[in-house]
Design a protein around this ligand. Sequence first.
Ligand code: PBG
Length: 329
Amino acid sequence: MFPIRRNRRLRTNEAIRSLVRETYISPNDFLVPLFVVEGSGVKEEIISMPNYYRYSLDLLKDEIKILRSLGLKSVLLFVKVSDNLKNNKGTEALNPEGLMQRAIKTVKSVCPDMLVMTDVALDPFSSYGHDGIVEGGKIINDATVEVLAEMSISHAEAGADFVAPSDMMDGRILGIREALDQSNLIDVGIMSYSAKYASAFYGPFRDALDSAPVDIQDIPKDKKTYQMDSANREEAIRETEMDINEGADIVMVKPGLCYLDIVRDIRNSFDVPIAVYQVSGEYAMLKAAAEKGWLDHDAVMLEQIISIKRAGANIIASYFAKDVVKLIS
Ligand code: PBG
């Protein structure tokens, strides 16, 4: 008899659909990116990221409590540093009383069980807006790795649980792991941005931190000499394998939606937790389309998050984390 199989039986109503559903999302899936600024009483909206804010440390405390009450237990910290503290070597990144170090302590003071991950890269501290030290028109690798290792120790000593190097220098995972171990910080983990592409989707983030590469003669105007070429797939496997071998506890693919083939490749190749960063441009696109009334914000948001998890992500860094959790609770 035709047709012998009727697949639509398993889609008849919500009860059967939920029985056979393969992917679920919960607060446990999320890592919440947070932007921190100096000052007090500051909660400023990022223009290209509607309904997303930079917080001063006092208001960060309230936000942390809100996140925790929603069941969100992990944050990823970024700081916006004032121009007068920036230089080519990003030395402010190593200041034990720097904004990042104080932000880590602030989160832990209001919520000791909140998992704190920190961004490790020079760009917010660099006068040139690069993730590493610039010399002779190049971003120099090995000297940068030394600073990243020191930065990681500084974050760990301030109380960070994980450091998250987002710079794409070669060998930085090993450099950081050895430095942490030599400082007896053996329990501090590394989430490596292992397949991070040179993407135009980072624009709103660079607005948020005022960290875009500068437009000065003889200084590279983009990050293509260290971040990956979006045309490359096999290379992502190579990058990820190296980071695992160098000691990464969690690997990451970034951006999210345009790179889900990479996520699935890595899921099929390695048995380690995979994080996906749904980046600022992805957030901005949906906000803009929804504002125009062209897309159903909540439905598209959920579909995107489900797709990222279905592709193989264990951890999703997303500016939508709070919205999603409110919607599904
Ligand atoms: C900095 C860093 C960037 C992002 C995370 N860490 C920007 C960049 O590499 O230029 C982007 C995140 C986003 O767009 O949401 N190393």
